[in-house]
Design a protein around this ligand. Structure first.
Ligand SMILES: [Zn+2]
Length: 218
C-alpha cells in the first residue's frame, strides 16, 4: 500500500470514526481498510479511545448519582427518625397521663367533698386541681389497704372500705404554670351514700389516702 494513500486515509479516519464523512469517502476508506492492516489498527485504537472516554464519563456520572442518592437517603432517614421522635414525645406528653401528687399540687385546699341540702354528695375542685387535671379516676379501697384498678395492688372486693378518686393529668401539664386561680368545678358522686363509709383522695404516687368525707374505719 502506498504511503500517500495511507496518509490520505489517516486524515479521513477521525471523520470516518465519527460517522460524519461523505458516502464516497466512506467507500474509499472501507476498501482501503480491507487491505491495509496498519490503517485498520489505527481505526481500532481510535475507537478504543472513544470507548474509554465514554466509559470514564459514565462512571463519573454514576459516582455523582450515587452521592446524590446517598444524600437523599440520609435526609429521608433523618426525617423519618425525627418524625418518630416527635410522635413518641408527643404521645408521651400530650396523650398519656399521670397522677396528681397531693402535696405538690396543694390538693388539701383544692379538692374536697360537699353534701348539699338534699343529701347529694359532690366531688369539688378548684385552682391547681381544676386547671390541671384531665379526669378523675375512681377507685375503691379495701380494709387491707388495696385499691381497685392499680396493677401492683391486690384488691379484695369482699372487704370494700371506701370510695375515692385520683386526679389524673396529662404529662405535659407538669410544665404548666403553678398556683393560678381557677373557678370551682364539681360533679355529683353517683354512689348511694348508704354504701359509702368514707370518700378519699388517693395519691397513688405516694400510696396515701386523704379522707375527704366520712370516717375511715380503723
Ligand atoms: Zn493504509
Amino acid at each position: 500500500m502506498s504511503k500517500q494513500t495511507c496518509d490520505m486515509i489517516h486524515d479521513l479516519l477521525p471523520l470516518y470514526a465519527d460517522g460524519i464523512c461523505s458516502e464516497e469517502s466512506r467507500k474509499i476508506v472501507n476498501e482501503h481498510l480491507a487491505s491495509c492492516s496498519e490503517c485498520s489498527d489505527m481505526l481500532h485504537k481510535m475507537n478504543r479511545k472513544v470507548a474509554i472516554a465514554a466509559e470514564t464519563d459514565i462512571s463519573a456520572v454514576k459516582k455523582i448519582k450515587k452521592r446524590v442518592f446517598l444524600g437523599k437517603l440520609i435526609m429521608a432517614i433523618a426525617a423519618v427518625v425525627l418524625a418518630l421522635i416527635t410522635l413518641i414525645c408527643g404521645y408521651f406528653f400530650a396523650v398519656t397521663d399521670c397522677s396528681m401528687d397531693y402535696e405538690k399540687y396543694n390538693l388539701a385546699e383544692n379538692v374536697w367533698v360537699e353534701e348539699d341540702s338534699e343529701g347529694q354528695l359532690w366531688f369539688c375542685m378548684k385552682d391547681n386541681a381544676a386547671a390541671l387535671s384531665a379526669f378523675a379516676y375512681p377507685t375503691v379501697s379495701d380494709t387491707d389497704g388495696g385499691h381497685m384498678g392499680y396493677k401492683n395492688q391486690t384488691f379484695n372486693r369482699e372487704k370494700k372500705a371506701g370510695f375515692g378518686y385520683t386526679l389524673r393529668m396529662l404529662r405535659i401539664s407538669k410544665i404548666a404554670p403553678f398556683d393560678y386561680p381557677q373557678k370551682e368545678l364539681r360533679f355529683p358522686i353517683s354512689r348511694d351514700k348508704k354504701d359509702i363509709k368514707y370518700i378519699f383522695y388517693y395519691d397513688d404516687v405516694n400510696n396515701q389516702e386523704y379522707v375527704l368525707w366520712g370516717e375511715k374505719p380503723q
